[in-house]
Design a protein around this ligand. Structure first.
Ligand SMILES: *Cc1c(COP(=O)(O)O)cnc(C)c1O
Ligand code: SF4
Length: 336
């Protein structure tokens, strides 16, 4: 046997991982040895919002544990099918801030580009689970419209690549876009919101790292990590390489009932993130999107949690507790 000098994921191409997502609930149930009594509802909920789980992520789920915090984020359940008052299809009113295809401009000085219509994973609590992505998958020509929009507004110093997941686009597409953004004089910073370094760490490949190293834009990556168990050796390595490429790493998490709503998990999340070079940024209260009500955490519980974190952790390891409100000029901080 030749000893492995490189982690195994480097031999696995991320494009292949994308093609090999687990999409069939039955396959997930078999792989994770889950009770088949839950399968019929999983199939029904998956009809509404498809199951999608990358294999490197599935490998971090404990087999046979229906309450595994990673599993709960991806497993379609019967609870999603129950309508709840106060939960809607577009809770953030994003459809109103969509001036040209692919652009969401809500806040001063920064703007969000929907680079890719799809996500590699379908988180069950996703606030964009009903977003009309098919109307927001810009062609090159439409990208010109988005770029013109940025060019025309000199207050825009930061461009945020979002989605879906922007890193499900090819390196060639990203290179084109980053070059085009970099050529606009008033833009200083490029921010990428992505869950891919967690889901499929091999996505952080040499070509992508080079692209980030070469752009003159200051680059920030906001990874979406909700639980310390999501961070394994491969994730660690991908994050280290991003740091070496000069990228500032931040995390935003969603506070999810039964997944990360305890003092212990949140303390461990902050500490585990910092160990791999990531600072906590936002902790979001769940957006009231229909189908996700069972993940909601009471505001009072969230406040108590934050007070606990503040009393236990250095200030830089305490995330900002926020909620997103339609029409507000920024994320809304929750006073504690
Ligand atoms: C969250 C968000 C941003 C970024 O807000 P920050 O407070 O700068 O992190 C920008 N645009 C939209 C539409 C957003 O939802
Ligand atoms: S990664 Fe984000 S955008 Fe994608 S499904 Fe999950 S919550 Fe939604």
């Amino acid at each position: 046997m030749i000893p492995h000098t490189f982690p195994t994921w480097q031999s696995q191409n991320w494009q292949d991982e994308l093609k090999q997502l687990i999409r069939d609930p039955k396959e997930l149930f078999e792989y994770l040895q889950l009770p088949l009594t839950l399968l019929p509802n999983a199939l029904r909920a998956s009809d509404d919002f498809q199951l999608r789980v990358p294999r490197p992520y599935a490998a971090r789920i404990n087999k046979g544990n229906i309450n595994d915090p990673l599993l709960r984020q991806v497993l379609p359940t019967g609870e999603e099918l129950i309508a709840q008052p106060g939960y809607s299809h577009d809770p953030l009113g994003e459809a109103q801030n969509n001036p040209v295809p692919g652009v969401i401009h809500k806040y001063h000085g920064r703007l969000l580009l929907i680079v890719s219509g799809s996500c590699v994973i379908n988180c069950r609590y996703c606030f964009r689970r009903h977003f009309p992505y098919s109307d927001n998958k810009p062609s090159r020509q439409e990208w010109q419209q988005a770029l013109d929009y940025i060019r025309a507004d000199s207050s825009l110093t930061e461009i945020i690549l979002s989605g879906g997941d922007p890193l499900s686009s090819s390196n060639a597409q990203l290179q084109w876009l980053i070059d085009a953004i970099g050529a606009i004089q008033h833009v200083e910073r490029l921010r990428i919101h992505t869950r891919l370094p967690i889901m499929i760490p091999s996505r952080i490949d040499a070509t992508f790292l080079q692209m980030l190293q070469q752009t003159h834009l200051q680059t920030i990556m906001v990874i979406h990590c909700n639980h310390p168990q999501e961070i394994d050796t491969d994730v660690n390595l991908a994050l280290r390489q991003l740091q070496q490429a000069g990228v500032t790493l931040l995390n935003q998490a969603v506070l999810l009932k039964g997944i990360n709503d305890t003092n212990e998990v949140q303390i461990k999340l902050s500490q585990s993130l910092f160990r791999v070079g990531v600072l906590p940024y936002y902790l979001h209260l769940l957006d009231r999107v229909s189908g996700a009500h069972h993940f909601g955490v009471e505001e009072d519980t969230a406040k108590n949690l934050l007070v606990y974190l503040r009393n236990r952790l250095p200030g830089y390891l305490v995330p900002k507790l926020v909620r997103e409100e339609a029409g507000a000029p920024s994320k809304t901080p929750i006073a504690t």
